[in-house]
Design a protein around this ligand. Sequence first.
Ligand code: ADA
Length: 532
Amino acid sequence: MARRFPRHLRRRIVDLRGVWDFRLDGDPPDVMAVPGCWDATPRYAGRRGVGVYRRELLLTDGTPHRLVLDGVQHACRVLLDGEEIGSHDGGFTRFAVDVPRSGVLEVHVDNRDGASPLHRDFYDWHHYGGIARGAELHRLGPAWIDDVRVTTVAVDPVPVVDLAIDLGGGPAPLTVRLGGVELRRDRAGGTVRERLELPGLARWSLREPHLHALEVRFGEDDWRERVGLRVVATDGDRLTINGEPVRLLGVNRHDSHPDHGFALPDDHRLCDLQLVERLGANFVRGGHYPQDETFLELCDERGIAVWSEATAWQPDARQLGDESWLGAAERNIDEMVAVARNHPSVVLWGLLNEGRSDDPACRPGYERLIGRLRALDPSRPVTYAGNHTEHDVCEDLVDVVGVNTYPGWYHDEIADVGAVLDRLAAHVDPSKPVIVSEIGAEGVRGWRDAARDRWSEEHQSDLLDAAIRHVLADGSRFTGIAIWVFADFRTSNAMPRVLGRPRNYNQKGVVDEYRRPKLATDTVARAFRASR
Ligand code: ADA
């Protein structure tokens, strides 16, 4: 959770990273790292249950204090001296719990199938358990800042941003500084809205990702962001940034690693981005859940576009008609937007991966969740990755159409890739951009085969080459491509999926789970770079 660009320099924050007391179900007392995932450690490999994390919390004074937890997989109850003070479901997002006094903190973390409606074993990934992205204790003081939301409303003729600042406590002086503009107000709590004109400030783009420091002070408290001035829109069948059409070339990415589960250290996230850059890519789809904030910060700096996606995998009418599932999905959307919205790299909001968008019974669920996203942030196009393109009844609800398809792997042959992509694209409203949001083949690293058969590195490489060249061809209908997938990843042990996943890994990675290259690495890099 420690950000590259610290959000607070003045607020008193105790970073709770370290080794906590831990006990999984009836096992003997033990210890576990925070951040960390217990089932990525040898003693608890593959274990499901309720892990109780324990440590003492000391409040420094009588002002409000808040415990901030990030990426608790998948659901938890938070207790202080045995009394419940909060609960949460859904991993991959950040949430806060008010802490009334000093005492012994326990976080009871549940990674069993269905502990959260958003995490089910039939999904095509392994649901590691733990406090995966960090924990902090914040002293808020007598006046504090709850949130800062920054939206670029225009870049021409001068950049203009809207700020919304949520304040607690007070009254106290409020100061806002951004790019030479300074505002001073005397305020008590509530939301402050300001519109700032920023003449002369450079814009953010994929090629020139300029960032500007925003500092908000309220009494003793502070909140800092890096602002990228850019407007994302669609113009007919193109996606634009600052009015310029962009082509998104990249990969889908799981935020996981065999040695760390979902608790990737920053050096691993940086390593992933270095490899993404080596591929010549400018785009990452966070499939299928919100990415860690440090990763977004690094994308902001490097001009890598991000499709930020709320957690879901193939929801059907059962989920999309179930109030508890929809409620959890809404909270997940709210929490994703809260973390990701100020990051200029996030150019698309995504949701409901491969949901039953062909089933009219699902449409009300799509309407509700897409409506939620648009209400929270009308400034970004919305999309979903669909695999029912020919019979889709929800496509009119989104701005950009994502198409998931596996020609040359689950059906058809490599020679058919172009025809299959074009046939699917022909079903999409011609006035909307289309992205190939998933395409790929399994390639077992080390399995080289002169016959270039399925599962070989050669077959995977040939397929990706064909797909990228088709998307980049003159007159292409496609605005982008996200290869499935950046790195191999552990998947669910549930039958029958495991029968199609040797080693229980999804091996459609361009690199393997330890980020070692396959033949496809160079092939993709050559094909992406040829477009520049
Ligand atoms: C789907 C799904 C991915 C992954 C992929 C595959 O399209 O969206 O999560 O499971 O298939 O590898 O088969």
